[in-house]
Ligand binder design. Structure first.
Ligand code: BTN
Length: 262
């Protein structure tokens, strides 16, 4: 990835700031540190390679050089967005599914925020917050996309089958993909918290009306996890998942959750 080309391609997006790394540990770590130092809204961190990329629930996320998209976008939620913090993960996954689908590659969201193509994971989102008292001061939306087949981790490293967008037939250039993704995030953002946003997110869900099993991951330092099995019915207004189980409707809150079809 060439920084000059990247800057040129992103020039029309009114980013608040931009940092590019040929190699870094984790773009989310860079973005979180930058956010606490006063990064402007819509500041972007991109890396060609991550040496300690992070996935959800403390898992590793591999980003070998020249093969993937790894970025973190810093947003300062306005008061109405702050109220809908969990929607920021949906913002990333919905933007990706929409741009893939519009380019002829049907994609779906495995709630809360994995992007599936042909039932296999092609991208993941890690949204993290910087708090100021009880308010979210900044949100970092970390997005990792497997672009070339070389970016797909070995099956021993993943909890869910994985793929890359090139393997699935979308041979898009990474810079073009990044531009498309960011402009979609920017255009979807005003819908955060609105019914229209939830409807679009819900429409993009994988396994709708299918039986799924959901586990909540135990909190750090704790063991044991709660599990629910039921039919996936859709989303609540706050982005929580509605599940019909043998004991009635269960609302699964957004968090450290894993979902798989049964
Ligand atoms: C997941 O599916 O577990 C989430 C993966 C998120 C990976 C991205 S890559 C860019 C950003 N930097 C990180 O360290 N993680 C996110």
């Amino acid at each position: 990835m060439d920084e000059k080309q990247l800057r040129k391609s992103l020039a029309d997006l009114s980013l608040g700031g931009f940092r590019f790394y040929k190699q870094t540990g984790s773009t989310n770590d860079v973005a979180l540190a930058w956010a606490t130092e006063g990064a402007a809204d819509l500041s972007l961190v991109v890396a060609d390679e991550q040496t300690s990329g992070r996935g959800r629930s403390g898992r590793r996320w591999l980003t070998p050089p020249g093969t993937a998209l790894a970025l973190s976008l810093i947003l300062h939620p306005n008061p109405s967005e702050n109220f809908h913090f969990s929607h920021f993960s949906g913002l990333g996954s919905l933007a990706l599914t929409q741009i893939f689908s519009e380019r002829g590659l049907p994609a779906q969201v495995k709630w809360p925020n994995d992007v599936l193509i042909g039932g296999r994971k092609a991208a993941g989102i890690l949204a993290e917050a910087v708090w100021m008292g009880d308010q979210v001061e900044s949100v970092v939306i970390g997005i990792g996309v497997n672009v070339l087949p070389e970016s797909v981790p070995p099956s021993s490293e993943v909890h869910f089958p994985a793929t890359s967008i090139h393997s699935e037939g979308l041979k898009i250039d990474r810079i073009e993909l990044l531009h498309d993704l960011l402009s979609r995030v920017i255009s979807l953002r005003p819908q955060l918290g609105k019914e229209r946003f939830i409807q679009a997110w819900e429409k993009s869900l994988a396994f709708m009306n299918k039986t799924v099993q959901i586990w909540s991951e135990p909190a750090a330092g704790q063991t044991g996890s709660t599990s629910h099995t039921g039919t996936l019915l859709g989303l609540e207004a706050d982005g929580a998942l509605r599940l019909e189980t043998a004991s009635g409707i269960q609302i699964i809150q957004f968090g450290e959750i894993r979902l798989r079809p049964v």
